[in-house]
Design a binder for this molecule. Structure first.
Ligand code: NOJ
Length: 645
């Protein structure tokens, strides 16, 4: 290679950028004691499987004491393991096993809110004069509206964000369920208590944190009403980007108001810098912030830029909304450019589904891949987690076993070739799909799915006068996108074998296992060279072998093509990675010089790059082949080439 291929990200190298992080949803991973719920000893017994996959860091979703109103994201004691999952001694043993295998362990830090059963809230709600009253966000009833609720904000789980507390005659704020009261981060004692919790786990040996909804810990001063953007609704989403109602006037421009209502509010960066100074800078940690409702890249970048000393990386959410219907006039992926205008995209009707087009998806991917590379912005790259449906059902094709295997492997090629740290969610490595269409609402247990369904049902009963109004569109969305799909024992947990209940438990599983578990399980894939699991293992090896996949600059090729998803990754030292994927049900013939013109940028002839295929789901001899002028890609074929010169 002679010519320079431009910029890359190598001046910000760090071990955690090339880490492979495996997320475990403990409730559904593996049950070791037959009570139907996954546990720490179950996880400990499968560490060799995880290590063998190529994982270097494990992230555990919450295992703390909890009434499980939101599956553990409602914590009643930050220093205790919930007995369903085990004991602190079990956790110590798990940590030892993880470290012995040279992996690291991250915990989930859920500190925007606690459970209402946490002793802090019990004290806070005991009386207005409790020393902990100011630890949560309490407001007296308003006298200038019908209901008395302090403002019109809508909860993420439907209804108001305010819950009236009879005994002390005030409301408390809960952005999620009423059993998840929000902590008041303005209160210094709250922050000190959070730092102590973090130190407790770090001193015990934990290697870092995934931080739950960390961009909402600071709220807009005065908690002003949200603009009326859903006129038919009693409560309004503070995360909506629709224009302000002309009848309302605010002291801020609409953009500032929206950004400042729930998330990315004035003091959030100050709080995170304090966290860094007081805790993180004293330990060799790995951190990732969950940062929903924010599609403005410049707003999100602030959390991870090295100069700011806050977090190492964040999870952008925009891709997870490519299939969400948006407010009129806002085509997906075009809502914001990469120009830094402040904008927050509507996430109401998150559980509704729309068909997405490939160019929309590519535009979003490009936007985040290009973001502030030189300044050091870094993403956590994911297409699945416990809040998202299965990627093969959403972005691939699960209409037959054959296509499911093939497209799941294709998704792996995409996933391992993105700039950002690679996150794999339990079961993704097996290509597991969503629950079947035959499942009715009674099989969906998540509070988000149920509250959404119940709200619309009630609205339709009122508007139609029918006891059983048509809910097909709502079920369509739930079948495509509900969080439950990822939470089934092995979608919620790894299906360890085809024995009853998928080998997940000897008892009765807490949630129904997927109907296809006899064919789709870990046991049938371990040792099978053609399996999705074997492909993922290879894909992760390739990711580790070629630095260009971690640090290379990203260039999207063929941006408007509706079947081809292709891009290059390039290093300053001349190494080139090329990814070419067919994201459609039809065969595609790729004329390389014509369709992938960006490959020749800088005067290079594409065939002088010496590109050789190192990963392909097409089988045969496709791996090892040099790039040809014409390529025939079958549906969901995906190939990754690396330059040899
Ligand atoms: C984000 C978590 O990932 C989700 O599962 C939870 O419901 C909310 N935060 C509230 O904690």
């Amino acid at each position: 290679m002679t010519s320079s291929t431009g910029d890359d990200h190598t001046e910000h190298k760090a071990w955690w950028k090339s880490a492979i992080i495996y997320q475990i949803y403990p409730t559904s991973f593996f049950d070791s004691n037959g009570d139907g719920i996954g546990d720490l000893n179950g996880i400990a017994s499968k560490l060799d499987y995880i290590k063998d996959l190529g994982v270097t860091v494990i992230w555990l979703s919450p295992i703390y004491k909890s009434p499980l109103a939101d599956m553990g994201y409602d914590i009643a004691d930050y220093r205790q393991i919930d007995p369903r999952y085990g004991t602190l001694e079990d956790w110590d043993r798990l940590l030892k096993g993880v470290h012995e295998r040279e992996m690291k362990l991250m915990m989930d830090l859920v500190v925007n809110h606690t459970s209402d059963e946490h002793e802090w809230f019990i004290s806070s709600s005991s009386s207005k004069s409790s020393p902990k009253r100011g630890w949560y966000i309490w407001r007296p009833p308003r006298t200038d509206n019908k209901t008395g609720v302090p403002n019109n904000w809508k909860s993420m789980f439907e209804g108001s964000v305010w819950q009236y507390h009879q005994e002390t005659e005030e409301y408390y704020l809960h952005l999620w369920d009423k059993k998840q009261p929000d902590l008041n981060w303005e209160n210094e004692d709250v922050r000190e208590a959070v730092w102590d919790v973090m130190k407790f786990w770090l001193d015990r040996g934990c290697d870092g944190f995934r931080m739950d909804v960390i961009n909402v810990i600071s709220k807009t001063p005065g908690l002003p009403d949200a603009p009326i953007t859903d006129p038919g609704e009693e409560y309004q989403p503070g995360t909506n980007d629709s224009p302000l109602s002309p009848s309302l006037s605010y002291p801020y421009s609409s953009r500032i108001l929206l950004l400042y209502l729930l998330m990315n509010s004035p003091r959030v960066h100050e709080f995170l810098r304090e966290m860094h100074t007081k805790v993180l800078s004293h330990y060799p940690t790995i951190t990732v912030g969950e940062t929903p409702f924010t599609h403005d890249p410049n707003v999100l970048a602030e959390y991870t830029l090295p100069k700011n000393n806050e977090l190492m990386m964040v999870f952008p959410f925009e891709l997870m909304h490519v299939d969400t219907p948006l407010a009129e006039g806002k085509p997906q992926g075009q809502a914001t450019g990469n120009k830094g205008e402040g904008e927050v995209v509507a996430e109401r009707a998150e559980l509704m589904y729309r068909e997405w087009k490939l160019d929309e998806l590519k535009k979003i991917v490009e936007k985040w891949q290009l973001l502030k590379m030189r300044e050091g912005y870094w993403s956590g790259v994911y297409i699945e987690n416990h809040d998202q449906a299965r990627s093969v059902s959403r972005f691939g094709n699960d209409s037959s076993d054959e296509l499911q295997v093939h497209s799941a492997k294709g998704l792996a090629v995409w996933h391992v070739s993105m700039r950002g740290t690679c996150y794999v969610y339990q079961g993704q490595e097996l290509g597991l799909k969503n629950a079947p269409r035959s499942w009715g609402i009674e099989n969906f247990l998540d509070v988000a799915s149920r509250n959404w369904y119940d709200k619309i049902l009630e609205q339709r009963r009122k508007s139609t006068g029918e006891a059983n109004p048509n809910m097909d569109d709502i079920m369509e969305g739930i079948h495509m996108k509900a969080r439950d799909h990822a939470r089934m024992p092995m979608p919620v947990s790894v299906l360890w074998s085809s024995s009853p209940n998928a080998g997940f438990t000897t008892g009765t599983p807490w949630m129904k296992v997927n109907d296809d578990y006899e064919r789709w399980n870990a046991a049938s894939q371990v040792g099978n060279d053609d399996s999705v699991l074997a492909f993922w293992k290879k894909a992760l090896r390739v990711r580790k072998e070629y630095e260009v996949l971690v640090y290379g600059n990203f260039t999207l090729l063929a941006p408007t093509h509706q079947q081809l998803f292709a891009y290059t990754r390039k290093m300053r030292n001349g190494t080139v990675g090329l990814v070419v994927m067919n994201y459609s049900k039809e065969e595609v013939v790729v004329d390389v010089p014509k369709d992938l013109t960006g490959l020749q940028e800088g005067g290079e002839g594409y065939n002088e790059l010496g590109l050789r295929c190192v990963l392909s789901n097409a089988g045969g001899d496709s791996e090892g082949e040099s790039l040809k002028e014409k390529m025939v890609l079958k549906p969901y074929d995906a190939r990754l080439y690396i330059s040899t010169q």
